[in-house]
Design a protein around this ligand. Sequence first.
Ligand SMILES: Nc1nc2c(c(=O)[nH]1)N[C@H]1C(S)=C(S)[C@@H](COP(=O)(O)O)O[C@H]1N2
Ligand SMILES: [Mo]
Length: 188
Amino acid sequence: MLPSSLRGALPSGGWRIYTVTPGLPRFDPSSWRLHVDGLVTQPLTLGYQEVRGLPRVEQTSDFHCVTGWSVSNVRWTGVRLHDVLAAAAPSADAKAIEFGSADGAYVDGLTLGQASLADVMLAYEMDGEPLSRAHGAPLRLVIPEMYGYKNVKWVNRITLSKGLSPGYWELRGYDVDAWVGRSNGYGA
Ligand SMILES: Nc1nc2c(c(=O)[nH]1)N[C@H]1C(S)=C(S)[C@@H](COP(=O)(O)O)O[C@H]1N2
Ligand SMILES: [Mo]
């Protein structure tokens, strides 16, 4: 038996736990907030129960890290990004989104077009259990069409802007459009 803090940091079920900061952000359901700001007509600050109160969606998809490992048939439960964005009512000049993490270091983004794919979600459960701290509790971005590095963990801020900015790994050489099988030298 391992203390839960250690268990959460060890690889399991094919996953490797990645973080670019020391330790894992703590999640306190009473003080946690998701901010939706930038070029929106209705900036939002949502508590955890408010996020849980949005329409619940569930989907199963494969997860691919660009470095070569994958996890098949991950069952994600959460809210559609589309529903959160609709509530914030993006301004006409908003074209891109940046996702910020509670780790204070990791960011990545999507164009509004990419973000409108129906299966892009903010997940709070994985395989029927609340998302673990290691996997990004309480909320992580899930975009199955793109490599793992787009799937920001510990999401606590969604900022709309005029143009897409390169994310953490993109500033370090990975493709900004992270399509699985057709980016980063994979595919044609
Ligand atoms: N905040 C944060 N999100 C992150 C990362 C990270 O280091 N920090 N790594 C990314 C990468 S490269 C991958 S492959 C996945 C790994 O997800 P996991 O740690 O849940 O296995 O998380 C992505 N999201
Ligand atoms: Mo990755």
